[in-house]
Write a protein that binds this ligand. Structure first.
Ligand SMILES: Nc1ncnc2c1ncn2[C@@H]1O[C@H](COP(=O)(O)OP(=O)(O)OP(=O)(O)O)[C@@H](O)[C@H]1O
Length: 207
């Protein structure tokens, strides 16, 4: 991979509970100096052990709405009654440090970045899929962070996200997080610049 490719932001999306944070934590542990996470802003309340400025910038709805007015975001979206957004400044800060910027955003955000063309250079889009809906439900339940109704909302959204991911050209790369070790090997390759891993998206009518 050339240096210019390495500085292309890597946009990671995939249903809630599919394992994005888990894969990212491993990557950052293995390569502490190579990658920079674009820390998103959100109006949701922090989960236990989440740190302001590290996992998210936790802000009020008023602050978030002012930032939208100021044009601070390359994408922002509302999900489960909370706002999430990525500020232009965060991405610039990571690129300026010579690290590859990694963005973890939902599919509404992916659509928005693609239409606003706010990011230079052009990002690479990676979709992390669950192997099936049953596993996704188990992961969301096992994480213990969501109410039953929140899990239902996330599962309904997941179906739409996986459908959107079937649209040709939306994502450059697809990884199915079935076995965590296998998925991580593929994920690490992508992060280091190999564009080849493309798994098959699961059929949703057989699980
Ligand atoms: N391959 C896997 N097999 C089994 N469990 C997994 C796997 N990958 C992740 N998990 C577990 O699934 C749960 C959800 O993972 P994680 O929180 O990383 O998802 P996420 O995609 O970051 O979700 P969100 O978008 O809501 O932040 C966690 O408890 C994690 O330990």
């Amino acid at each position: 991979m050339s240096r210019s490719d390495f500085l292309r932001p890597l946009v990671i999306s995939g249903p809630s509970g599919t394992g994005k944070s888990t894969l990212l934590s491993r990557l950052f542990l293995a390569h502490p100096d190579k990658f920079g996470f674009s820390v998103s802003h959100t109006t949701r309340t922090p989960r236990q052990a989440e740190v302001d400025g590290k996992h998210y910038y936790f802000v009020s709805r008023d602050t978030f709405q002012n930032l939208i007015q100021d044009g601070a975001f390359i994408e922002h979206a509302q999900f489960s009654n909370n706002y999430y957004g990525t500020s232009i400044q965060t991405v610039k800060d990571v690129a300026a440090s010579g690290r590859r910027c990694i963005l973890d955003i939902d599919s509404q955000g992916v659509r928005q970045i693609k239409t606003t063309k706010g990011l230079e250079p052009n990002p690479i889009y990676l979709f992390i899929s669950p192997p099936n809906m049953k596993s996704l439900r188990e992961r969301l339940t096992g994480r213990g962070s969501e109410s039953e109704s929140s899990i239902r909302t996330r599962l309904n959204t997941a179906v739409k996200e996986i459908d959107y991911a079937r649209t040709p050209g939306v994502h450059d790369i697809i990884i199915v997080n079935d076995n965590l070790d296998r998925a991580y090997v593929a994920f690490e390759r992508v992060a280091l610049g190999d564009p080849s891993p493309v798994d098959d998206l699961p059929r949703l009518d057989d699980n």
